[in-house]
Design a protein around this ligand. Structure first.
Ligand code: NAD
Ligand code: DAU
Length: 350
């Protein structure tokens, strides 16, 4: 029997690289993983150095918007699961420059959908055992007040260009199921944290700045709430959804771990033994969503998924990882790994 082949887009980023490591350590050589990534500023092949020698892992540098490249990958590999992480993912960047978010997150997704549809369809439907998983975000639901949770039935109401681009992509993925019967699922997860997160996002940024004795920018009053989930728990949820999720369905994934930003910042400072004087309140993010909180009861009841890592354990592990991997953090913050790509690929796709 052929080994199931996972095409993972955006596998050199934070969650994608954690997912690939999780899959290869769980399933060993009983699966194949292809990592398609264009290596933007957020893609770092160092994230995969533990597994990149494995014979059942392959990296392909390509842009998901490149029709020919994506078609070529589907033509030459019997892809069973397309797990789609590749995206522009940072809200602040989307506020400054929305266009690249629409290009990658919307047009790139449509390009992948078209290739998968073309290569998976038969005369009467789709080959069995195929699945497209759109890795999406709770941000597509908009913002909550002090009470309540996002369920899969909550209407989409995105506020930032980032979340609007993800919501557009989600609707296109859903439309391929509704129109063609295309085998898909969408996962909508809350804020992830853990190793290999690019230090533009709150937790690694705070660790990095606090270590250097630099100010910690806290937007607005610091009381915006996020629901934090350890990245490996997210990887496990995506694997379950890919293999066992009912085609056509959306699954929310969340940590049941709501914290205000200022609480997170203080937890990190206390754990590092750094002074709270570093906390610097700055102008609020435009259109800043106040609160996200996920109702993850559907994935629990249907697929038996629950978070396994408490925030106390996860944040300790995360801080220790960044302290131990200071070289990674320095490289990521300075962009040094990009110089390596310039030497290796000369700025072009192979
Ligand atoms: P990330 O920014 O760390 O990584 C994105 C990866 O996609 C990078 O490796 C980048 O090089 C690649 N990429 C970007 N544009 C590309 C293109 N045009 N072609 C090919 N590759 C491209 O992002 P992340 O935080 O790992 O998020 C991964 C996915 O999970 C995203 O779709 C995001 O919307 C979703 N998500 C993230 C979180 C979170 O807390 N970080 C939570 C829920 C959902
Ligand atoms: O909810 C899931 C989303 O979580 C994902 O879809 C996004 O890809 C991911 O980036 C994340 O979005 P957020 O905007 O919530 O994450 P970020 O780390 O940028 O910010 C977390 C909170 O901290 C948010 O309320 C803004 C605030 N913040 C952020 C930064 C970078 C600060 O106060 N100061 C900062 O310097």
């Amino acid at each position: 029997m052929n080994k199931p082949t996972f095409l993972t887009t955006g596998g050199a980023g934070f969650i994608g690289s954690n997912f690939i490591r999780f899959m290869l350590s769980n399933y060993k050589d009983s699966i194949k993983v292809i990592n398609l990534d264009s290596l933007t500023y957020a893609g770092n092949l160092e994230n995969l150095s533990e597994i990149d020698h494995l014979p059942n892992y392959r990296f392909i540098k390509a842009d998901i918007c490149d029709e020919q490249a994506v078609d070529y990958i589907f033509l030459n590999n019997d892809i069973d699961f397309c797990v789609h992480f590749a995206a522009e993912s940072h809200v602040d960047r989307s506020i400054k420059d929305p266009s690249v978010f629409v290009k990658t997150n919307v047009l790139g997704t449509v390009n992948l959908l078209n290739a998968a549809k073309k290569h998976w369809q038969t005369g009467t439907g789709f080959k069995s055992g195929k699945k497209f998983v759109q890795v999406s975000t709770d941000e597509v639901y908009g913002s909550l007040g002090a009470e309540g949770y996002f369920t899969e039935k909550t209407p989409l109401a995105p506020h930032s260009p980032y979340s609007a681009s993800k919501a557009s992509a989600d609707m296109l993925v859903q439309s391929y199921f509704d129109t063609y019967g295309f085998p898909m699922n969408i996962t909508r997860c809350s804020n992830n944290y853990g190793p290999f997160q690019f230090p533009e996002k709150l937790i690694p940024l705070v660790i990095n700045n606090a270590r250097a004795g630099k100010p910690l920018p806290v937007y607005g009053d610091g009381k915006n709430v996020r629901d934090w989930l350890y990245v490996e728990d997210h990887a496990r949820a995506i694997d379950l959804v890919a293999r066992k999720g009912t085609p056509g369905e959306v699954y929310n994934v969340g940590g049941h771990n709501e914290l205000q930003n200022i609480e997170i910042v203080k937890i990190i400072l206390d754990s590092l033994g750094s002074s709270h004087d570093l906390i610097t309140y700055v102008e609020d993010r435009l259109g800043h969503d106040r609160r996200y909180a996920i109702d993850a009861s559907k994935i629990k009841s249907e697929l038996g998924w629950e978070p396994e890592t408490s925030f106390g354990v996860g944040i300790k592990r995360t801080i220790e990882w960044y302290l131990k991997n200071n070289g990674w953090l320095k490289n990521a913050a300075s962009g040094d790994y990009l110089k390596y790509y310039e030497r290796m690929y000369g700025g072009t796709n192979p």
